[in-house]
Design a protein around this ligand. Structure first.
Ligand code: UGA
Length: 467
């Protein structure tokens, strides 16, 4: 099918590349000409495992192209995806001006046959009808020249770092529209994915397709992200109680996660959630609720518990090091999660700011930003980026594991401990084995699990009172 994807951020680019890979004829549009030129040269502007390879092969097979010309994209597509950003405004509301601009542009260039306009951007409930009206405004007096269009809400559930995998192996596809004709075209579009032709396990039953009205599809997106964020804040709250009573939240998570009604995913306690999605979507839903006269107190608590987790990491450092002024703290990981280059609302940024404010020197190592060809990340304060973990550990008073990159599980911690002033590690993701760390010479501090002191008492630095 002829597809146009407008907006080449994480969602738009992954959607465009994957739809081209399954055989559709895709044109991706972005108003950023430099970015378009980069993509036309076969390079992905974002780091996402598997994306570059699929992008290159689809371009070579002629199924994927890039342009900054919206008119060309609109003329090409029978299905037009709107996949531009909806960042949070300072109030927490979602900023829909980019969606509005694209909808107006689509209206101005709409011509020829019937089109399906798909809202892939996460937009406030009710935006489907709003987009229809803006497109109609753009069409203005040319109405008799177009064969009509319908709007579909098709929320995405891709996780950064595994977005390509998630596209080919979705748990479900949600399609919301008032139009049977539009839904039928969308089902045709997704048929290869629904039939698991590109799935890791092609023998699985077809992907469930949930067909709803527009508002319900829009709500599903917010509800899914808010539920997941609440689940993490819930386990973080349990972790904080575990800290007080001496229980281990990782064991508690295993114990509750085996209950099939609860499930074991998204129960990793730690420094909290970040990224471009959970913070923005939970705040937007709080706002939507307020607009309709409802105080979403549970969601507000989800947000405030998450904020606290970042300060808790600082408190834990203060508990073991006391004064932070003049100390050197090394951060293992900057990105908000592994396998991405994304720093949006990353807990590491808040830690850098707070540690800096408290007079500590901050060093940081991130596997993505340590690559020779990686861009220099924009950090809130001076934090010295180190090319290796060994450089990070040298002279540090404590390390904080902020992002659970898998390679952090395999480090030579005994060697790192030797290079530190005091070998203390705050495991902000509870992803390391405390005993291994202790055996390597570390004092291990977890989030919601008992601290583990040094194996050999000779290594205990005198100012430390081990709890
Ligand atoms: C999230 C959702 O998982 C996707 O389904 C959704 O499509 C996406 O938002 C979106 O709206 O675009 P993403 O933000 O990429 O995906 O990352 P997640 O894997 O969900 O992780 C979010 C944050 O929660 C990360 O900071 C992660 O470290 C944290 N997290 C996750 C925990 O602290 N504990 C956990 O158990 C799981």
């Amino acid at each position: 099918m002829q597809v146009c994807v407008i907006g080449t951020g994480y969602v738009g680019l992954v959607t465009g590349v994957c739809l081209a890979h399954v055989g559709h004829d895709v044109v991706c549009v972005d108003k950023d000409e430099a970015k378009v030129a980069l993509m036309q040269s076969g390079q992905s502007p974002i780091y996402e495992p598997g994306l570059s390879e699929l992008m290159k092969s689809s371009m070579q097979s002629g199924k994927l192209s890039f342009t900054s010309n919206l008119a060309d994209g609109v003329a090409h597509g029978e299905i037009l995806f709107i996949a531009v950003g909806t960042p949070a405004l300072p109030s927490g509301e979602s900023d829909t001006r980019y969606v509005e601009a694209v909808a107006r542009g689509i209206g101005e260039h709409l011509n020829g046959g019937y089109k399906v306009i798909v809202n892939k951007s996460t937009v406030p409930v009710g935006s489907g009808d709003w987009v229809r009206r803006i497109v109609m405004d753009g069409v203005a007096e040319r109405q008799e020249l177009i064969a009509g269009f319908d709007v579909v809400s098709n929320p995405e559930f891709l996780r950064e770092g595994s977005a390509v995998y998630d596209t080919f192996n979705p748990d479900r596809i949600v399609l919301g529209s008032h139009s049977d004709r539009a839904i039928a075209l969308m089902q045709q579009l997704y048929e290869p994915i629904v039939n698991r032709q590109f799935a890791a396990d092609p023998t699985l039953p077809p992907v469930p397709v949930v067909i709803t009205d527009l508002a319900s599809a829009e709500m599903i997106k917010y509800a899914a992200n808010s539920f997941l964020a609440t689940k993490i804040s819930f386990i973080n709250e349990i972790a904080n109680i575990c800290d007080r009573v001496g229980a281990d939240v990782t064991q508690v998570a295993t114990g509750i996660g085996l209950d099939s009604r609860i499930g074991n995913k998204f129960l990793q306690a730690g420094i909290g959630w970040g990224g471009s999605c959970f913070p923005k979507d939970v705040s937007a839903l709080v706002h939507i609720a307020e607009d309709y006269g409802y105080d979403a107190s549970l969601l507000k608590a989800t947000v405030s518990t998450n904020r606290q987790q970042r300060w808790l990491a600082i408190e834990k450092l203060q508990q073991v090091l006391k004064i932070l002024k003049g100390k050197t703290i090394g951060l293992l990981g900057l990105t908000f999660k592994p396998d991405t280059d994304d720093l949006r609302d990353a807990p590491a940024l808040d830690l850098i700011e707070q540690l800096h404010r408290l007079g500590a020197k901050v060093k940081a190592y991130d596997p993505f930003y340590a690559k020779a060809d990686a861009p220099v990340p924009v950090l809130p304060q001076t934090a010295c980026l180190t090319p290796t973990v060994e450089d990070l550990a040298a002279g540090c008073d404590a390390l904080v594991l902020v992002t659970d990159w898998p390679q952090f599980r395999q480090l030579d911690y005994a060697q790192l401990a030797q290079q530190m002033v005091t070998p203390i590690l705050l495991d902000g993701r509870n992803c390391l084995d405390p005993q291994l760390l202790v055996d390597a010479g570390f004092y291990y501090v977890g989030m919601g699990r008992p601290n583990f002191g040094y194996a050999r008492s000779s290594q205990v630095p005198s100012p430390l009172l081990l709890a």
